[in-house]
Design a protein around this ligand. Sequence first.
Ligand SMILES: [Zn+2]
Ligand SMILES: [Zn+2]
Length: 256
Amino acid sequence: MRFSVLASSSKGNATVICGGNTRLLVDTGISALRIRKGLSECGLSIKQIQAVLFTHEHTDHVCGLGQLAKKEPLSIYCTRYMGQELRPIAENAVYTYIEPGSAVQIGDIRVTPFSVSHDATDPVGYLFECNGKKLGYVTDTGKVPRGMTELLQGVDALYLESNYDPDMLRNSGRPFYLIERIASNFGHLSNEQACEFVRSVAHGGLQHIVLAHLSQDCNTPQKAFNCMQQTLRELQLPTNLHCAPAATRLPWIQIA
Ligand SMILES: [Zn+2]
Ligand SMILES: [Zn+2]
Protein backbone atom coordinates (compact mmCIF):
# COMPACT_ATOMS: atom_id res chain seq x y z
CA MET A 1 0.00 0.00 0.00
CA ARG A 2 1.16 3.54 -0.67
CA PHE A 3 -0.33 6.99 -0.38
CA SER A 4 0.32 10.54 -1.47
CA VAL A 5 -1.14 13.67 0.12
CA LEU A 6 -2.21 16.05 -2.65
CA ALA A 7 -2.78 18.85 -0.13
CA SER A 8 -3.47 19.19 3.56
CA SER A 9 -4.19 22.17 5.78
CA SER A 10 -7.18 23.97 7.28
CA LYS A 11 -7.69 25.33 3.76
CA GLY A 12 -7.89 22.10 1.76
CA ASN A 13 -7.40 18.34 1.97
CA ALA A 14 -7.12 15.45 -0.49
CA THR A 15 -5.16 12.19 -0.39
CA VAL A 16 -4.75 9.33 -2.84
CA ILE A 17 -4.29 5.79 -1.50
CA CYS A 18 -3.27 2.80 -3.62
CA GLY A 19 -3.24 -0.87 -2.66
CA GLY A 20 -3.09 -3.83 -5.05
CA ASN A 21 -5.00 -2.71 -8.14
CA THR A 22 -7.22 -0.30 -6.21
CA ARG A 23 -6.93 3.48 -6.04
CA LEU A 24 -8.94 5.60 -3.65
CA LEU A 25 -9.25 9.33 -3.18
CA VAL A 26 -10.00 10.58 0.34
CA ASP A 27 -11.67 14.02 0.42
CA THR A 28 -11.77 16.56 -2.40
CA GLY A 29 -11.12 19.78 -0.45
CA ILE A 30 -9.07 21.53 -3.14
CA SER A 31 -10.15 22.65 -6.59
CA ALA A 32 -10.89 20.01 -9.22
CA LEU A 33 -8.00 21.49 -11.20
CA ARG A 34 -5.56 20.93 -8.33
CA ILE A 35 -6.89 17.41 -7.78
CA ARG A 36 -6.35 16.55 -11.46
CA LYS A 37 -2.87 18.10 -11.35
CA GLY A 38 -1.98 16.23 -8.15
CA LEU A 39 -3.22 12.94 -9.56
CA SER A 40 -1.27 13.57 -12.73
CA GLU A 41 1.89 14.13 -10.66
CA CYS A 42 1.13 10.70 -9.15
CA GLY A 43 0.92 9.22 -12.64
CA LEU A 44 -2.84 8.82 -12.29
CA SER A 45 -6.04 10.31 -13.66
CA ILE A 46 -9.44 10.67 -12.00
CA LYS A 47 -10.72 7.89 -14.30
CA GLN A 48 -8.41 5.47 -12.49
CA ILE A 49 -9.89 6.25 -9.07
CA GLN A 50 -12.31 3.47 -8.05
CA ALA A 51 -13.92 5.35 -5.18
CA VAL A 52 -13.93 8.74 -3.50
CA LEU A 53 -14.31 8.59 0.29
CA PHE A 54 -15.18 11.48 2.55
CA THR A 55 -14.31 12.22 6.16
CA HIS A 56 -17.00 14.94 6.46
CA GLU A 57 -18.72 17.70 4.51
CA HIS A 58 -16.75 20.81 5.56
CA THR A 59 -15.57 22.97 2.65
CA ASP A 60 -11.89 22.17 3.18
CA HIS A 61 -12.78 18.50 2.48
CA VAL A 62 -15.32 18.75 -0.34
CA CYS A 63 -14.90 22.00 -2.28
CA GLY A 64 -13.58 20.34 -5.48
CA LEU A 65 -16.38 17.77 -5.60
CA GLY A 66 -18.93 19.72 -7.65
CA GLN A 67 -16.56 20.39 -10.54
CA LEU A 68 -15.06 16.92 -10.38
CA ALA A 69 -18.47 15.20 -10.42
CA LYS A 70 -19.68 17.30 -13.37
CA LYS A 71 -17.18 15.67 -15.69
CA GLU A 72 -16.65 12.21 -14.19
CA PRO A 73 -19.03 9.48 -13.00
CA LEU A 74 -17.80 9.23 -9.41
CA SER A 75 -18.37 6.40 -6.98
CA ILE A 76 -18.70 8.01 -3.55
CA TYR A 77 -18.45 6.27 -0.18
CA CYS A 78 -19.72 8.18 2.85
CA THR A 79 -22.06 7.81 5.79
CA ARG A 80 -25.80 8.21 5.14
CA TYR A 81 -26.07 11.62 6.83
CA MET A 82 -22.96 12.88 5.07
CA GLY A 83 -24.55 11.70 1.82
CA GLN A 84 -27.48 14.04 2.39
CA GLU A 85 -25.01 16.94 2.43
CA LEU A 86 -23.05 15.70 -0.60
CA ARG A 87 -25.90 14.71 -2.93
CA PRO A 88 -26.87 18.29 -3.85
CA ILE A 89 -23.22 18.98 -4.71
CA ALA A 90 -22.71 15.81 -6.77
CA GLU A 91 -26.10 14.61 -7.97
CA ASN A 92 -24.80 12.30 -10.67
CA ALA A 93 -22.43 10.32 -8.48
CA VAL A 94 -23.20 6.79 -7.32
CA TYR A 95 -23.40 6.63 -3.52
CA THR A 96 -22.52 3.75 -1.24
CA TYR A 97 -23.33 4.34 2.40
CA ILE A 98 -20.91 3.12 5.01
CA GLU A 99 -21.35 2.82 8.76
CA PRO A 100 -18.80 3.56 11.46
CA GLY A 101 -17.45 0.28 12.81
CA SER A 102 -18.45 -1.77 9.73
CA ALA A 103 -15.67 -2.69 7.30
CA VAL A 104 -16.26 -2.67 3.54
CA GLN A 105 -14.08 -4.11 0.79
CA ILE A 106 -13.34 -1.70 -2.05
CA GLY A 107 -11.38 -3.69 -4.63
CA ASP A 108 -8.18 -4.80 -2.92
CA ILE A 109 -8.51 -2.42 0.05
CA ARG A 110 -10.50 -3.14 3.19
CA VAL A 111 -11.89 0.08 4.62
CA THR A 112 -13.15 0.49 8.18
CA PRO A 113 -14.70 3.88 8.99
CA PHE A 114 -14.88 4.99 12.62
CA SER A 115 -16.61 7.95 14.27
CA VAL A 116 -14.58 10.99 15.22
CA SER A 117 -15.52 13.99 17.35
CA HIS A 118 -16.04 17.04 15.12
CA ASP A 119 -18.75 19.63 14.51
CA ALA A 120 -19.88 18.10 11.21
CA THR A 121 -22.55 15.64 10.05
CA ASP A 122 -21.46 12.16 11.08
CA PRO A 123 -17.69 12.65 10.55
CA VAL A 124 -15.37 9.65 10.28
CA GLY A 125 -11.75 8.57 10.19
CA TYR A 126 -10.60 5.43 8.38
CA LEU A 127 -8.51 2.33 8.76
CA PHE A 128 -7.22 1.09 5.37
CA GLU A 129 -5.89 -2.47 5.08
CA CYS A 130 -4.25 -4.21 2.13
CA ASN A 131 -1.93 -7.22 1.95
CA GLY A 132 -1.50 -7.26 5.72
CA LYS A 133 -0.52 -3.56 5.90
CA LYS A 134 -2.52 -0.96 7.80
CA LEU A 135 -2.88 2.78 7.38
CA GLY A 136 -4.75 4.85 9.98
CA TYR A 137 -6.38 8.06 8.71
CA VAL A 138 -7.33 10.57 11.41
CA THR A 139 -8.32 14.16 10.77
CA ASP A 140 -10.71 16.79 12.11
CA THR A 141 -11.41 15.48 15.59
CA GLY A 142 -11.42 17.50 18.81
CA LYS A 143 -10.46 14.51 20.92
CA VAL A 144 -9.50 10.89 20.55
CA PRO A 145 -12.88 9.19 20.24
CA ARG A 146 -13.77 6.01 22.07
CA GLY A 147 -12.51 2.92 20.28
CA MET A 148 -10.08 4.68 17.94
CA THR A 149 -6.98 3.76 19.94
CA GLU A 150 -7.98 0.07 20.00
CA LEU A 151 -8.82 0.04 16.28
CA LEU A 152 -5.55 1.67 15.24
CA GLN A 153 -3.24 -0.49 17.34
CA GLY A 154 -0.51 -1.98 15.15
CA VAL A 155 -0.90 0.39 12.20
CA ASP A 156 2.11 0.55 9.88
CA ALA A 157 1.47 4.18 8.96
CA LEU A 158 -0.57 7.01 10.36
CA TYR A 159 -2.01 10.11 8.69
CA LEU A 160 -2.73 12.26 11.72
CA GLU A 161 -4.12 15.72 12.26
CA SER A 162 -1.77 18.04 14.19
CA ASN A 163 -3.81 21.20 13.79
CA TYR A 164 -2.69 23.87 16.20
CA ASP A 165 -0.17 25.08 18.72
CA PRO A 166 -2.18 26.13 21.81
CA ASP A 167 -0.12 29.32 22.39
CA MET A 168 -0.43 30.41 18.78
CA LEU A 169 -4.18 29.71 18.89
CA ARG A 170 -4.65 31.75 22.09
CA ASN A 171 -2.64 34.65 20.67
CA SER A 172 -4.08 34.45 17.16
CA GLY A 173 -6.36 37.46 17.58
CA ARG A 174 -9.28 35.34 16.42
CA PRO A 175 -12.72 35.81 17.98
CA PHE A 176 -13.03 34.00 21.30
CA TYR A 177 -15.84 31.71 20.05
CA LEU A 178 -13.61 30.50 17.21
CA ILE A 179 -10.69 29.78 19.54
CA GLU A 180 -13.09 27.88 21.83
CA ARG A 181 -14.48 25.92 18.88
CA ILE A 182 -11.07 24.83 17.59
CA ALA A 183 -9.85 23.78 21.03
CA SER A 184 -13.14 22.06 21.98
CA ASN A 185 -13.87 18.33 21.91
CA PHE A 186 -15.60 18.93 18.55
CA GLY A 187 -12.77 20.94 16.98
CA HIS A 188 -9.27 19.80 16.11
CA LEU A 189 -6.29 17.98 17.62
CA SER A 190 -3.44 20.16 18.87
CA ASN A 191 0.20 19.19 18.35
CA GLU A 192 0.28 17.86 21.93
CA GLN A 193 -2.92 15.84 21.52
CA ALA A 194 -1.50 14.28 18.34
CA CYS A 195 1.64 13.30 20.29
CA GLU A 196 -0.47 11.89 23.11
CA PHE A 197 -2.38 9.74 20.64
CA VAL A 198 0.84 8.47 19.06
CA ARG A 199 2.03 7.41 22.52
CA SER A 200 -1.07 5.22 22.80
CA VAL A 201 -0.57 3.38 19.48
CA ALA A 202 3.22 3.55 19.05
CA HIS A 203 5.08 0.33 18.31
CA GLY A 204 8.32 -0.69 16.63
CA GLY A 205 6.58 -1.38 13.31
CA LEU A 206 5.11 2.11 12.94
CA GLN A 207 6.97 3.09 9.76
CA HIS A 208 5.51 6.50 8.92
CA ILE A 209 3.61 9.35 10.51
CA VAL A 210 2.28 12.14 8.32
CA LEU A 211 1.29 15.24 10.28
CA ALA A 212 -1.75 16.69 8.55
CA HIS A 213 -4.32 19.47 8.57
CA LEU A 214 -1.93 22.03 10.06
CA SER A 215 -3.52 25.39 10.67
CA GLN A 216 -1.78 28.03 8.59
CA ASP A 217 -2.47 30.72 11.21
CA CYS A 218 -2.15 28.81 14.48
CA ASN A 219 0.69 26.39 13.79
CA THR A 220 3.94 26.05 11.89
CA PRO A 221 5.31 22.89 10.25
CA GLN A 222 8.40 23.28 12.45
CA LYS A 223 6.41 23.37 15.70
CA ALA A 224 4.28 20.35 14.74
CA PHE A 225 7.34 18.44 13.52
CA ASN A 226 9.45 19.22 16.61
CA CYS A 227 6.67 18.23 18.99
CA MET A 228 6.20 14.81 17.34
CA GLN A 229 9.91 14.26 16.81
CA GLN A 230 10.49 14.76 20.54
CA THR A 231 7.77 12.18 21.28
CA LEU A 232 9.28 9.66 18.86
CA ARG A 233 12.70 10.21 20.45
CA GLU A 234 11.30 9.56 23.90
CA LEU A 235 9.62 6.40 22.62
CA GLN A 236 12.89 5.46 20.88
CA LEU A 237 11.07 4.74 17.65
CA PRO A 238 12.72 4.94 14.21
CA THR A 239 9.44 6.09 12.62
CA ASN A 240 9.80 8.35 9.57
CA LEU A 241 8.12 11.66 10.24
CA HIS A 242 6.60 13.81 7.47
CA CYS A 243 4.69 17.05 7.49
CA ALA A 244 2.06 17.32 4.75
CA PRO A 245 2.53 20.64 2.92
CA ALA A 246 -0.48 22.88 2.39
CA ALA A 247 0.20 23.98 -1.17
CA THR A 248 2.18 21.16 -2.74
CA ARG A 249 1.96 17.39 -2.95
CA LEU A 250 3.69 15.12 -0.47
CA PRO A 251 5.32 12.45 -2.68
CA TRP A 252 4.36 8.78 -2.40
CA ILE A 253 4.91 7.13 0.94
CA GLN A 254 5.35 3.41 0.51
CA ILE A 255 4.31 1.17 3.39
CA ALA A 256 6.89 -1.62 3.25
ZN1 LIG B 1 -13.85 19.96 9.55
ZN1 LIG C 1 -10.88 20.23 7.96
